[in-house]
Design a protein around this ligand. Structure first.
Ligand SMILES: NC(=O)c1ccc[n+]([C@@H]2O[C@H](COP(=O)([O-])OP(=O)(O)OC[C@H]3O[C@@H](n4cnc5c(N)ncnc54)[C@H](OP(=O)(O)O)[C@@H]3O)[C@@H](O)[C@H]2O)c1
Length: 328
């Protein structure tokens, strides 16, 4: 089968398409999934170039990719047909999911073995055009839930600023913040993404045309916002501390972000930690199905063009999700 692997840390060129990779054997509690689409995330290139904490003890050669959508085609010894049925994962079921943080195997392959706990069924009909965004839902979705529910704990009537509102996580943070009761959400992004941000329910601030701290200060009458959800970090984290209201909190996404400037000022700061689990995946299913979480897959590339996909990811301007077609 086809699978992407890399045998050393480095640039996108280390990613190699193997056409004779062995089909994996599922462990007792695992399911075998024929992958349709692979969702990509900035974490993928941070593991590939060795900068992520998750690269530290990674055994090379290694696979790449953390999430996918596909079809159940088999299972390990511990999962008989009754058990699979009970979990809604009978062979032939369309599923999506992401590897648990401790599972370092990739998802960019035609067939993967993955823990049954890390998958959820996609109920009902899914059109071919709709499938790619399911592949990109799990990681950003579980991150957004952690950021909103576990960390920011947004309360009714609070005000929120999202940095990177048109990105993968940003496209879910906006509707989830509103769902949690936010009275108003502003979101930064390039002017080219303003309409998308508005469609998600936030007031766009074009950081390439406007002075966003000045806009927030003016819009809140100098009070600032209760919560900042910062998916960008580099140029946004420091100035965000100045637009937080008293008692405000900031959630910053990159795992290696330096949170000391917030701590030194006594500001509550969090870096989200994904909690895997079927209940959260099922919640994401409902949100995507109902239209409440209108995550978009903006680009679908063939599996063999993964190096190009990583170059695009690294530019840092992905709109929604970048996805690979495992069979193209
Ligand atoms: N802690 C965790 O568990 C966790 C989980 C998931 C992701 N993350 C991290 O969170 C970050 C975002 O992930 P993602 O998947 O959402 O990335 P993404 O899809 O690549 O989106 C990045 C977004 O950042 C925006 N952006 C770029 N420069 C900006 C600036 N100067 N000001 C404001 N926005 C800017 C881009 O929008 P424009 O095109 O409009 O500029 C783009 O939409 C990554 O660093 C990722 O590794 C952490």
């Amino acid at each position: 089968m086809r699978e992407i692997r890399f045998d050393r840390f480095g640039g996108p060129e280390v990613l190699t398409l193997h056409t004779d990779a062995p089909r994996p054997d599922p462990a007792p509690e695992e399911v075998l999934v024929e992958v349709s689409y692979v969702g990509l995330n900035p974490l993928d290139y941070k593991i590939r170039d060795g900068s992520s904490g998750m690269a530290k003890d990674l055994e090379l050669p290694a696979g790449t990719g953390r999430e996918m959508a596909g079809v159940v085609v088999g299972s390990g010894d511990g999962l008989d047909e009754f058990e699979l049925e009970a979990r809604g994962l009978a062979p032939g079921t369309r599923v999506f999911g992401m590897r648990a943080p401790g599972d370092r195997r990739g998802t960019a392959a035609e067939v993967i073995a993955i823990s049954a706990d890390d998958l959820a069924p996609i109920p009902g009909e899914v059109t071919a055009e709709d499938l790619p965004r399911w592949a990109g839902l799990a990681l950003v979705g579980l991150t957004a839930i952690a950021a909103i529910q576990d960390d920011a704990a947004i309360r009714e009537g609070e005000t929120v600023l999202v940095h990177g509102g048109a990105g993968g996580v940003g496209q879910l943070l906006i509707p989830m913040a509103l769902e949690a009761g936010a009275a108003q959400v502003w979101a930064t992004g390039r002017a080219a993404n303003a309409e998308r941000i508005r469609a998600l329910g936030a007031t766009p601030i074009a950081y390439d045309e406007q002075d966003w701290p000045a806009e927030i200060t003016a819009a809140t009458g100098g009070r600032g916002v209760d919560v900042v959800l910062d998916t960008h970090y580099f140029s946004t984290f420091g100035p965000s501390l100045d637009v937080l209201a008293d008692g405000g909190r900031i959630v910053v996404l990159p795992s290696l972000a330096d949170t000391a400037p917030a701590i030194e000022r006594g500001i509550e700061v969090h870096v989200p930690r994904i909690t895997p689990g079927r209940d959260r995946l099922d919640h994401l299913v409902q949100g995507l199905r109902s239209g409440a979480y209108p995550l978009e897959a903006s680009q679908v590339l063939p599996l063999g063009e993964i190096a190009e996909a990583h170059r695009l990811l690294e530019e840092g301007h992905t709109r929604g999700k970048l996805v690979l077609d495992a069979h193209a």
